[in-house]
Design a protein around this ligand. Structure first.
Ligand code: ZN
Length: 219
């Protein structure tokens, strides 16, 4: 008959009906497994998981480059744009966020069952590039400049706080949130003191350049 793993995660009716615990598989027969809970030693019957995971292609974009890998997911799992998961490549294990779901009927679905997904389009969020626009605190407001900061995805920008990135120092005045992260914030465009956005959710940060006498150039 079908192979079964030595250990499986199932609900234990004795100790933790609400959560799965690790069980040893003692025997298989009649379409059922006899299992023993490793938490409480309760022996009971369990239905082997009929659903085997499906493997789907994942396109990961990172700093303007992209590469493809795959992910294994339970076929009936509901997946959504904005959710994150881990992918393993030969080089690294990385956290990615879904930016688009391509199914056989839609090129940009917001949500789908995993088995309907033909390609997961994602963005690496462990380390991200953040676009920053800086205005001089005094002087010609047209003298703005842009820079790109490379930061951990969890780096926090808070409006009203001063940020030092290398030689650049600025006070954060406004933050625009990425489309795929809007549900995590009250507004797409934030500008109140204390509003905080993590780098991986940022579309663009706006700030006042500190040190009005500092000479700077765009290159
Ligand atoms: Zn148990």
């Amino acid at each position: 008959m079908s192979e079964h793993p030595d250990r499986i995660a199932v609900h234990c009716p004795s100790c933790t009906p609400a959560e799965e615990t690790v069980h040893e598989v003692l025997s298989a027969g009649g379409g059922q497994l006899t299992v023993r809970c490793t938490e409480c030693d309760h022996v009971h019957k369990a239905q082997p998981d009929e659903e085997s995971d499906v493997e789907r292609p994942v396109i990961v974009s990172q700093d303007g480059d992209s590469f493809s890998t795959t992910v294994s997911v339970p076929p009936s799992e509901r997946v959504r744009v904005g959710e994150e998961f881990i992918v393993e490549t030969e080089e690294a294990i990385m956290q990615v966020r879904i930016t688009d779901l391509e199914t056989d009927t839609e090129t940009r679905a917001a949500t789908a069952d995993a088995e309907e997904v033909e390609t997961f389009w994602t963005r690496a969020v462990d380390n991200v590039s953040v676009d920053v626009t800086l205005h001089p605190r005094q002087g010609d407001p047209d003298d703005t400049r842009s820079l790109t900061a490379h930061l951990p995805g969890d780096y926090k920008f808070t409006i009203g706080e001063t940020v030092s990135l290398g030689e650049d120092e600025f006070e954060v005045t406004n933050i625009h949130v990425r489309e795929t992260a809007i549900s995590r914030y009250p507004f797409e465009k934030l500008g109140d003191d204390g509003d905080t956005v993590v780098a991986k959710d940022v579309k663009r940060v706006y700030g006042y350049e500190e040190g009005t006498s500092r000479a700077w150039s765009a290159w």
